[in-house]
Design a protein around this ligand. Structure first.
Ligand SMILES: Cc1ncc(COP(=O)(O)O)c(C=O)c1O
Length: 396
C-alpha cells in the first residue's frame, strides 16, 4: 500500500477556501486596467497597519526590498556595518549589502534560535573580529557599526525592549526582519515598538502570503515613513521630480487586493498554527535528544506570542537529524531544513570582511534543525502520522 503524502505545506487548500472572494477582488482591477498603487494599495496599507497595530505601512515589492528600503530610510550609510545573525535566510544579510552596508555576522542563542541583547553586547565590547575566511584580525573601528538587524526567525520575536536599550546605549539604529513573524508579539507588543523600521514578506508560503512576491515596511517615525514613500518610487513624490536616488519597489495593486482578502483570516490561521505546534510539543515531551520550540504554551506564559511560521525541532546527536528526516521521507512526510548553511559560510559573502568569533551555535543549528508541517490546513490525521513517525523513530 502506498501512503498518501503529508505535504510540508499545501497552498491549494487555502485557496479553495476563498477562491470566489479572491477572484472577485482582482477582476475589477483587470477591468479598469489599474495595476499601480492607488486605492487597492492604500486600503491594504491602512488595514495592515490597523489590524496589527504596527504604525504607518508602506507596501513594497518583496520582503527583500522591504529590508533594503528600511535600512536606507533608517540611516544606513555606504560602508556602515550592520550586525546580522548568521543563522537566518540569505536576504536578511544580502539586503545590507544591497543597501550599501557591510553585514557583520553574529551568533544566535541555541534555545530560541534568535539574536539576544547579550550577544550584541558581547560583540560590541570586543575589540577584535575575525575575518570570515583568512583569519585576519581586524580592529573594530575599521568598520563603523551603525545598526542592528534582529531577525524574528520562525515566527518568534527577539526581546526588542532589551535589545533597543543596547542599541540606544551604543547609538545604533535597529531594523527588524519580521518576514517570518507577521502577527507575533513580545510582552504584548508587535514589531516596531522599539525600532526605526520593520520589514515583512508576503512571499506565498508566509503566514500572510500573496499570489506572488510582495512585502511591507512599517514605522512609527513620520520622517522615515515619508522617506520610504520616496524610495519605493524612484526617489520621487511628485511626477518627474526626483529628490534623491530611489528605485521601483512598489507593491502590485493585484497583490494588495489578494492580501486584503487574506488579512482578516490571519488571526484564525495563526491560532491554528499554534494549536498544531502545541499538539506537537505535547506529543514529543520527554523524548531524549529532541528539543521542541517554546512558544505561547503553558511554559512560556504570556511573554511572547509565537506565530509558528515554522515548527522547528532541534535534533541532537551526530547525523540524527538527517536520519530522522530520512525516516519521515520514507513515510511520505514532508519536512525541511531551514537553514543548512549559516550565512558566514555562503560563497556570496566570501568578500565580507568580518565575522565575530567562531559562530559555533549557528554552525551547530544548521546540522540540528528540522521543520515539520505546521500550515493551518494540515489535517488531524496528517498531524497524527507525523507524530507517530517521529515517536517511532526515537523508540522503535
Ligand atoms: C527571514 C527572512 N528575511 C527576508 C526574506 C525575504 O523576503 P522575500 O522572499 O519576500 O524577498 C524572507 C523570506 O523569504 C525571510 O524568511
Amino acid at each position: 500500500m502506498t501512503l498518501s503524502p503529508v505535504p510540508f505545506f499545501d497552498l491549494t487548500r487555502q485557496f479553495a477556501s476563498m477562491e470566489e472572494e479572491v477572484l472577485q477582488a482582482v477582476v475589477p482591477l483587470f477591468r479598469a486596467q489599474q495595476f499601480i498603487l492607488g486605492e487597492p494599495v492604500a486600503s491594504f496599507e491602512e488595514a495592515f497597519s490597523k489590524t496589527l497595530g504596527v504604525g504607518r505601512a508602506v507596501g513594497v515589492s518583496s520582503g527583500t526590498e522591504a529590508l533594503v528600503l528600511a535600512l536606507l530610510a533608517s540611516g544606513l550609510r555606504p560602508g556602515g556595518g550592520v550586525l546580522v545573525p548568521s543563522f537566518t535566510f540569505f536576504a536578511s544579510a544580502s539586503a545590507v549589502v544591497l543597501a550599501g552596508g557591510v553585514p557583520i555576522f553574529v551568533d544566535v542563542e541555541k534555545e530560541s534560535f534568535l539574536l539576544t541583547p547579550e550577544i550584541v553586547e558581547g560583540f560590541l565590547s570586543t575589540e577584535t573580529m575575525v575575518d570570515a575566511h583568512g583569519g585576519r584580525r581586524t580592529r573594530r573601528g575599521e568598520i563603523p557599526v551603525s545598526g542592528i538587524l534582529p531577525v524574528h526567525l520562525y515566527g518568534r520575536m527577539v526581546d526588542m525592549e532589551s535589545l533597543s536599550r543596547v542599541a540606544k546605549h551604543h547609538g545604533l539604529f535597529v531594523v527588524e526582519d519580521a518576514c517570518q513573524s507577521v502577527g507575533a508579539t513580545f510582552r504584548g507588543l508587535p514589531p516596531g515598538a522599539y525600532s526605526q523600521a520593520v520589514a515583512y514578506s508576503f512571499f506565498p508560503t508566509k503566514n500572510l502570503g500573496g499570489a506572488g512576491d510582495a512585502g511591507m515596511v512599517t514605522t512609527h517615525d513620520s520622517a522615515i515613513f515619508e522617506h520610504l514613500l520616496r524610495l519605493r518610487v524612484h526617489g520621487s513624490r511628485r511626477r518627474y521630480e526626483h529628490e534623491e536616488m530611489g528605485t521601483n519597489a512598489r507593491i502590485d495593486a493585484l497583490q494588495a487586493r489578494v492580501l486584503s482578502v487574506k488579512l482578516p483570516r490571519l488571526a484564525l490561521w495563526t491560532r491554528r498554527r499554534r494549536e498544531i505546534a502545541q499538539a506537537y510539543n505535547r506529543a514529543f515531551e520527554g523524548i531524549a535528544g529532541l528539543r521542541t520550540p517554546e512558544g505561547s504554551d503553558e511554559r512560556a506564559g504570556s511573554l511572547f506570542e509565537h506565530v509558528f511560521h515554522q515548527y522547528t525541532l532541534r535534533v541532537e546527536g551526530e547525523g540524527v537529524r538527517d536520519r530522522l528526516r530520512g525516516a519521515l521521507t520514507d513515510r511520505a512526510i514532508g519536512s525541511e531544513v531551514y537553514y543548512p548553511i549559516p550565512l558566514h559560510r555562503q560563497k556570496a559573502f566570501s568578500g565580507n570582511p568580518t565575522i565575530h568569533g567562531p559562530l559555533a551555535v549557528s554552525e551547530g543549528l544548521s546540522r540540528e534543525v528540522l521543520s515539520l508541517p505546521v500550515f493551518p490546513e494540515l489535517r488531524e490525521e496528517e498531524q497524527a502520522r507525523v507524530i507517530d513517525a517521529v515517536r517511532e523513530f526515537f523508540s522503535p
